[in-house]
Write a new protein. Structure first.
Length: 174
């Protein structure tokens, strides 16, 4: 009888080890499938292709209408009535922020920064929102705040130039 109990004990030990290996393997597979490793910070965020994040835009209609009204406003720093759309058009054509328009020298980054700062002021929290205004191709940063957050919402529009080309003007709000 001692041989039978010894054989039964060895059989139970082997079955227990196999069961432990299977359970550890299943847990490891679930970690890979559900991205637990990346959520815990064990691996890099981009190593796991199944980890997807979705950022829902915060007030996209408000920022779109703010951007379009910004383009229709007149420059406060200019002695003549020049709309910001004309200034952005001149910036895109001349390829710099210090432009010459209607015989007047205009710093587009100061003019646009002043207007955008007032338009993007958050009255509920009594703070100004961070922004970045730029032309995409060729890339030219027109105006931005000092410290930009990591998550920015993009609002863009096309501006037709005088020579028939179209320039993509983008506003990022954070």
């Amino acid at each position: 009888m001692k041989g039978v109990t010894l054989f039964a004990d060895l059989f139970l030990l082997v079955i227990l080890m196999v069961e432990i290996i299977l359970m550890v393997g299943i847990i490891w597979i679930f970690q890979l499938i559900y991205g637990v490793e990346s959520q815990m910070g064990i691996t890099d965020y981009f190593d796991n292709p199944r980890q997807v994040s979705l950022n829902i835009l915060y007030k996209p209609t408000k920022y779109e209408s703010t951007f379009l009204s910004f383009l229709e406003l007149d420059c406060r720093r200019c002695s003549q009535k020049i709309s910001m759309k004309e200034i952005m058009n001149a910036v895109a054509i001349q390829g710099r922020t210090d432009i010459e328009l209607y015989g007047e020298s205009i710093d587009a980054s100061l003019a646009s920064g002043e207007l955008l700062g007032d338009l993007l002021e958050n009255k509920e929290r009594e703070q100004k929102l961070d922004y970045l205004l730029k032309i995409r191709d060729p890339e030219l940063i027109i105006s931005k705040t000092d410290d930009l957050p990591q998550q920015l919402q993009k609002v863009s529009t096309n501006i037709p130039l005088l020579n028939g080309e179209i320039v993509d003007l983008e506003l990022y709000v954070g």
